[in-house]
Each structure stands twice: as structure tokens, then as C-alpha cells.
Design a protein around this ligand. Structure first.
Ligand code: AVJ
Ligand code: FE
Length: 434
């Protein structure tokens, strides 16, 4: 991209993120903004001011070398200082103050952008800082969307229904032949530290589900008594299922006429053809065992999403190198739920898998670690402090993930017990030797 195009692109991406943050926070009244809807989440007003605070630190102070606007509040919005459960008790900026603050920071960030040297492609470039801050805001927007899902009360968010599947049934699985592929990236301009560097990974042959597991398939597991049979669960999974009396995906309820769910304040029958969402890693793992399969490793997920056997190269997205459009994937909160399995034929990967990007985050069996040659950037706190066995990697983004914050190499992570995120899964199994 030319320098001026890059500047425009960065400005438009920031503006789009802000429109979304504004819509998510303007949708509720002030009392709702400061309330904690769940111990798992911050009050929405914390996310809003935190977005501004990070933008002030990285763009206004670091890139711009400007004077701090509000050095007094750095600590309040440092996610490492205060766990989510404690945030409502802090002397946070109120709704009007938080809105004014993020507006002032944004005005300064645009001044910085006007003058920032945007040439070059190295990680230390100012262009990367703008990309990173855009992604940060979009990630918190998805977190705020999850807070909306936990909020009780009348629906306040509205969007058209997602597309349904046209055409005949798809094969249940795709076969991925053995061989190495390039995982991660050294060239994707907005890739975060944990996606780098590109490296070769050898993968044995396997089968991968063509689409994420649907609600209808998941209901079969439920109705077969899957939640009552320890043999399908890992030891940790069973302990979790028992301690919290988990009996179905989060937000589901059994009624005399079948399963229903609450979705952003709407009560509705569980739609059979949509991917299941709001399941923990442990539930995904138990379903896979019941189905005679397993969860894919992170490398298996990425190979199915990116590897093109015709060229031997890894693509940026399943469909190729072009940025996602509404035809490719269910992203960007254009819809308020996953779309039916098979609803995005234009998004199919070279190896035949559907909906790897968008709809639901997909649990993988891999613990979150740095790739060989990992270098923390810009801070250890971005990814490195989370490396270890407590976190599982999720891939592909959900209907609530913006296109600016997802790509074939993007890695998300969470605790295996978490269900408030927009997470589902698909299964894999070994193909053995032929
Ligand atoms: C990558 C989604 C796990 O929300 O904790 C936001 C992203 N990092 N602010 C998170 C993030 C700092 C992160 N996840
Ligand atoms: Fe953050």
C-alpha cells in the first residue's frame, strides 16, 4: 500500500471500530453501563475507557511522543492491576467522562496519524501500532458484545438474520493428506507477536469436520445422556461439569417442546442447523469423544484453513488472500448469531472445509505457547504471560469478530471452562496410513 493509502486505511479502520464501540455503549442507559452484568465481565464503561487508555499509551504517548492526557488513570485501566470481578468497585470514569476521554484521545491519535512515518513493514513501525490499536478496540468490542449476551432485560441490539444454507448437504468430513505446511506468518502486516514467525510444521493425515458441529448434532449428544456419562469426559472436564452442574450449553433451557435459548434478550427455539455456541472446551472435548473423534490440534486447524495443495503455500484466509467480504464469512456483528452450517460456500478453503473464519471461535486441543523463534512485542503482557497449560487456543473468529481482528494465522486463547465467549468447535480424527 502507498503511504497515503495506508494512512487512510488506518483512519477508516479506527473510525469503524469507534462506531462499533459507540453503538455497543449507547445501546444501554448509564445505569446499565456501570453495572457488572456478570463476575466474568467488566462493566461496559470500563471497557470503553480502557480502549481509550490503551490508545493513549500506544498511539499518543509512544508513537506520537505527546504529553499524557490522563496519567492519573493509567492504573485503573491496566487489566493486570485489577481482575474483572474487582473493576466495578474502582473509582472509574463515569459514562459522560469516559465518552469525553475516548473522544479526546482519538482526536490526538488522528493528529499523530497525520504525521506518523508509515513506511516500512517491520514490527516496530508506526503502521503496526495503529493496526494493533484497531484490533485491540475490536477485541474489546467483541468482549462487550459478550457482556450484552450476559445482560438480562429486553433486547437492545438488532440485526438481520444470518444467511441459511442453500444447496444440498455437504460431506461430513474433509480429508487432509499428510505433509508439512507453513504455519504462522512473518509478513502479515497486522499479525500480533504470537502469530510470528512463519515456520514449517509436519502434520499427519487426518479428517476434519467440514463445518462446525451444529446444534442438531449437539442435541443428539445431550439426548444420548452425554452430560451424565463420565466416560466421554476428561477427568478435569468431569470435575468441572459436576462442580458447576453443567447440563447444556450456556443460555440453553429444556422446555416441554424442546430446547430453547436466550440470545441478546430474545427467547427462541435452538436453531438446529446453526453451529453450537457457548460451550466450554470440556464440553467440546466430551462431544468429540462421544462422536468417536477428537478436537483438532491448532496446526491441523490452520493447515485446513490455509494450505493450498496446488501451490504448496499457505493463504491469508481459507478462500485466498483477499480481505473478507460479506460473501466469505459471518464476521463483524452484521448478524447476532452464527449462520447455518454451509451458509458461506464462497468462504470454503482449498482443502474443502467451510466456515473456518467467522460464525464461532473453534476450540483446539493445543495449549497456548509461543512459536519457535517467538519474540514478545510490544510488551510481554500482550501474549507471553499467558503461555502455558492453563489456556487453550481458539481459532477462526466468531460472528462478533471484526474482519480487522481475524485472519488465518490469528490466535485467541481462553480457559477451558469459559462459555460466555462465542465459542463452538469442530472435530477431527486420525486418517491413519493408507
Ligand atoms: C486475545 C481476546 C484473549 O481479551 O484478553 C484485549 C485480547 N488483550 N486487551 C483478551 C486483549 C488485551 C485478549 N484475547
Ligand atoms: Fe485490553
Amino acid at each position: 500500500m502507498r503511504k497515503e493509502d495506508l494512512r487512510d486505511h488506518a483512519a477508516r479502520a479506527l473510525t469503524r471500530a469507534r462506531e462499533r464501540s459507540t453503538a455497543l455503549t449507547d445501546a444501554v442507559d448509564d445505569e446499565d453501563l456501570v453495572r457488572q452484568h456478570s463476575k466474568l465481565m467488566s462493566p461496559l464503561v470500563w471497557d470503553l475507557a480502557h480502549i481509550g487508555s490503551q490508545e493513549e499509551l500506544w498511539l499518543v504517548r509512544d508513537v506520537g511522543g505527546r504529553e499524557p492526557l490522563r496519567p492519573d488513570i493509567d492504573d485503573l485501566y491496566d487489566a493486570f492491576q485489577h481482575p474483572r470481578a474487582d473493576r466495578p468497585a474502582l473509582p472509574l470514569l463515569g459514562p459522560a467522562e469516559a465518552r469525553a476521554y475516548v473522544g479526546e484521545v482519538r482526536a490526538k491519535a488522528f493528529e499523530v496519524l497525520e504525521r506518523a512515518p508509515l513506511e516500512g513493514r517491520r514490527l516496530t513501525d508506526a503502521a503496526f501500532a495503529f493496526g494493533m490499536i484497531t484490533q485491540h478496540e475490536q477485541q474489546h468490542d467483541e468482549t462487550m458484545l459478550a457482556t450484552h449476551q450476559l445482560r438480562e432485560g429486553e433486547p437492545v441490539l438488532h440485526a438481520p438474520a444470518p444467511p441459511s444454507r442453500r444447496g444440498g448437504p455437504l460431506p461430513g468430513e474433509v480429508h487432509i493428506p499428510a505433509g508439512s505446511f507453513v504455519m504462522g506468518t512473518s509478513v502479515e502486516p497486522w499479525a500480533l507477536d504470537n502469530e510470528r514467525p512463519a515456520h514449517e510444521v509436519a502434520v499427519d493425515a487426518y479428517f476434519l469436520d467440514t463445518t462446525p458441529v451444529t446444534n442438531a448434532a449437539y442435541i443428539e449428544f445431550l439426548e444420548a445422556g452425554g452430560y451424565d456419562q463420565p466416560r466421554w469426559w476428561s477427568e478435569q472436564g468431569w470435575a468441572y461439569r459436576t462442580a458447576h452442574d453443567i447440563t447444556a450449553p450456556r443460555f440453553w433451557r429444556r422446555e416441554h417442546d424442546g430446547w430453547r435459548r436466550t440470545r441478546f434478550g430474545v427467547d427462541e427455539p435452538v436453531p438446529p442447523r446453526q453451529p453450537v455456541v457457548h460451550v466450554s472446551y470440556y464440553e467440546a472435548e466430551a462431544y468429540a469423544a462421544w462422536a468417536g473423534k477428537r478436537l483438532p490440534t491448532e496446526a491441523e486447524w490452520e493447515k485446513a484453513a490455509r494450505f493450498d495443495p496446488a501451490t504448496g503455500e499457505s493463504r491469508r484466509y481459507p478462500w485466498g488472500n483477499d480481505e473478507p467480504t460479506a460473501e466469505h464469512a459471518n464476521l463483524g456483528q452484521r448478524h447476532l448469531s452464527p449462520a447455518e452450517a454451509g451458509a458461506y460456500p464462497a468462504g470454503v478453503s482449498a482443502l474443502g472445509a467451510h466456515q473456518l473464519i467467522g460464525d464461532v471461535w473453534e476450540w483446539t486441543s493445543t495449549d497456548f505457547h509461543g512459536y519457535p523463534g517467538f519474540v514478545a512485542f510490544p510488551y510481554r503482557e500482550y501474549s507471553e504471560v499467558f503461555f502455558g497449560p492453563e489456556y487453550k487456543v481458539l481459532r477462526g473468529g466468531s460472528f462478533g469478530t471484526d474482519a480487522a481482528a481475524i485472519r488465518g494465522t490469528f490466535r485467541n486463547w481462553d480457559y477451558p471452562i469459559r462459555r460466555q465467549i462465542f465459542a463452538g468447535f469442530r472435530c477431527a480424527r486420525d486418517a491413519g496410513h493408507v
